[in-house]
Design a protein around this ligand. Sequence first.
Ligand SMILES: [Zn+2]
Length: 569
Amino acid sequence: MLRDFIVALSLSNLWFLDVWRPFLVRHFTSYPYYHWKANPAPILLATMLDVLVLSAVLWLAISIARRPGKESLLKIARFVFVLIFLLVAVNILVLAVRNPPLRPILSSVIKRPKTLFEWGGINTAYSWLSVLAVLLGGSGLAVALHSLIFRRQWLIKMSVTFLLITSPFILITFAQAGTQWLQYRTGEAFRESAAPRFSGEGRTSRRVLWLIFDELDLRLAFTDRPTSLELPVFDQLRQESIFAQNAYPPGTDTETSIPALINGQLVSRINRTTPNELMLTLQSNKQVVGWSTQPNVFSRAREINLNSGLVGWYHPYCRIIGNSLTECSWEAASLLVQRNSQISDLIAHSNQVSLLRTMTSVARSLLLHELVRIVFPGEDPSIWRQHIVEEFKSIHQKSLEAAVDPALHLIFIHYPIPHPPGLYNRSLKEFSFSSQSGYLDNLALADRVLRELRDEMEKAQLWDSTTVLISSDHSLRADLWRQHPFWDPSFTNEDPIVRDNMRDVRVPFILKLAGEKQGLEYEPAFNAVLSSDLILALLSGKLASKEQVVEWLGRERLQKGFHYPDAMK
Ligand SMILES: [Zn+2]
């Protein structure tokens, strides 16, 4: 009896492997920070309950079938049991083959089988091990399928042994899920805050729209643009703006650059401690401080009674600095790690659903997803892209609204493009879920975004009177993406001009001043970390003309004594 129950529990636990994966991973602190939009506690509880319910059903079924005089029922029950077991086994095999470290090794072996026979040190050993593991898994599965028809008794014995051996895994999943459930059950760490709105609209007509396009590359977008790409809206804006030729971002990644831009202080290291705090090591004095505890451009704008709005991606802004913002919304980078879009949706909306519904959703998403993935394995990239397009659309919609809200004096928008993967087809001018979409398409999408923002603001008669700053958190990191599944040819068939791009750390810095129609090119180098000081000077009216801004930049870029991060010298 007890043995039956342990077997049923072990089988159910493995059936839910795909849900356990995103929660019970190595990065205990980074996942809740970046990838969990809402509190995951309900999903963890629902999954634990799902596992228990499924185990109880399986155990009850086998107990009934074991009663005397039910031989035919016992046969059916055993057949169903091995079928479920085989499905779980196929799933584990599919997961193993499609994920690091196996996937990249196997795809390189498939591309160049010769590598197996040329000794290249430890890598060849890994390749052989991977191939052997897949062969072993595949043969095991073939033997199992054969046994399903000809040696079912033997197969049942082997399955039961396997499940008993893997049963300690139950303790691991339940201990981890239980600990995290206890830690997050109140939802406190996922609470988003907002500041009250200053009334008295029109206190000042000065407005700033600050746009960060993630991974916008100066060279590919402007100075060395491929002929196959047109960016008419950016080009028009460049003519009307102060266009910096040598602006450096505060860091080489989103984690350090964005807090540095918003706080106006260089950050040399970050550490994710909880879902609602990011610890920053300040470059100036090596002090470690919480992002939420520091003054930022929005809190400083509040000191002069100005309302700020933010629409963001990647950082859980509203949990950390929401109390400096009148309007705040963000999207998590959920699918960067989790390809099961239904589970990602659950993660995003877990706080709005009842426990029972979460339980059925978890169970259903898993069932449908497994079958779809096994029958159409090639569909994954498209499902992934669809989800990111949804996130992008939500960010863009909220940005369009914020840009024309006259009560907001400072609007900060962090777009998830042109960061890979490609979401757009620039010839057809529409969203694309195909592996043919790449970085250049996303640049065209950024141009379209700017067109739509400008159109809306012109309609609302706010474009001319708003100062617009466009920049990025870092340039294109082709060297990084060449190692990443994003640029696996089956996922993104990237243009060679982009793929072979040498990293140039400079980013665009385009400042269109309110009321200004004539731009200029600004050559001296500076670090864009001064953006927030510049924006506050503009909002407070200390700066207005482009001559004043140029003079300010010339002074601040030297006086501030900002050093570029070592990697960027
Ligand atoms: Zn970034």
